[in-house]
Write a protein that binds this ligand. Structure first.
Ligand SMILES: C[S@@+](CC[C@H](N)C(=O)[O-])C[C@H]1O[C@@H](n2cnc3c(N)ncnc32)[C@H](O)[C@@H]1O
Length: 274
């Protein structure tokens, strides 16, 4: 008889393996349970998103039972965007967060979807929902670890479910800090560990059994959806992520847990006045 063993959430030491110091010291990077040479993670991540791009929005909506939109709306609201502001959506993918931001900054505002993967941005541009807003977004292809904008350009910078994919996540946050104007705000929306042990057990079962199966049946790749839960279990817990953001220089860092901690939105501010 098959008895399913609940996979362990990694401990603090193991979670370090997705952080810059460890990656640079060992020259090894992790993409879920796969260990790669530091300089190979980027191409592996590119390949992954090339594979999932055509069905990315459909699969995310299905796998999260539509909750992703609730999380995204709540998270963008926390940025407190104002009319006319400039916003950078790092690892912006198909542009969900950008659409929400654009609605808030209005015609006078500017929102840039910034992603290394052309297929992801194209999948978003081709989508018919919110077509008018999508046409008002700017799309820039580039690496989040080397953002191609000058210092002090944006009022807000956000990253949704993307920072885990970087080889050097602290570097990504530092780049977001650099391109923010003094007084600018950061938002990081990421998956995390559910708080309630029973809920966590159910979530683990779903993540490691149902998600890869649906990935295979509906998107033709179990592997693409199997590595996602692994990367989440190696990601810093909310308090650890707050410390990283503080260390980079952000102040007033706080976080909000959603759906028992499955998703967490961190916000912070770059010191100074605009
Ligand atoms: C899980 S998707 C998130 C997309 C979107 N933010 C959302 O919330 O639906 C992660 C995105 O990060 C992008 N990405 C991964 N590594 C990147 C890098 N080094 N620089 C810029 N984008 C990157 C991927 O191409 C992908 O579109």
């Amino acid at each position: 008889m098959y008895i399913w063993k609940n996979p362990r959430w990694f401990d603090a030491e193991k979670r370090q393996e997705q952080i810059d110091d460890h990656v640079m010291h060992t020259r090894k990077a992790r993409f879920g349970n796969i260990e790669l040479d530091e300089d190979r993670k980027k191409e592996e991540v590119l390949r992954h998103f090339n594979r999932v791009a055509p069905k990315y929005d459909f699969m995310n909506t299905l796998l999260s039972f539509g909750t992703q939109y609730v999380w995204k709306r709540a998270a963008v609201r926390k940025l407190g965007l104002k009319n006319g502001e400039a916003v950078l959506d790092v690892c912006g993918g198909t542009g969900d967060l950008s659409i929400l931001a654009k609605k808030r900054v209005g015609d006078a505002g500017r929102v840039v979807v910034y992603d290394i993967n052309r297929a992801m941005m194209q999948a978003g541009r081709k989508t018919s929902t919110h077509a008018a807003i999508r046409r008002q977004l700017a799309y820039v292809q580039g690496d989040a670890e080397f953002i191609t904008f000058p210092d002090h350009t944006f009022n807000a910078a956000m990253v949704g479910f993307g920072i885990r994919n970087l080889t050097h996540l602290r570097r990504g946050f530092s780049e977001m800090y650099r391109v923010l104007k003094p007084g600018g705000r950061i938002l990081c929306l990421e998956f995390s560990r559910p708080v309630n042990p029973l809920f966590r057990w159910l979530y683990d079962f779903y993540s490691f059994n149902v998600m890869p199966l649906l990935g295979e049946l509906l998107a033709g790749s179990a592997q693409s959806y199997a590595c996602l839960p692994e990367t989440i279990r190696m990601f810093p817990l909310p308090d650890e992520l707050s410390l990283i953001l503080n260390d980079i220089g952000f102040i007033d860092v706080s976080h909000t847990s959603m759906t028992n901690g499955i998703a967490v939105a961190h916000v912070g501010t770059k010191p100074g006045r605009i």
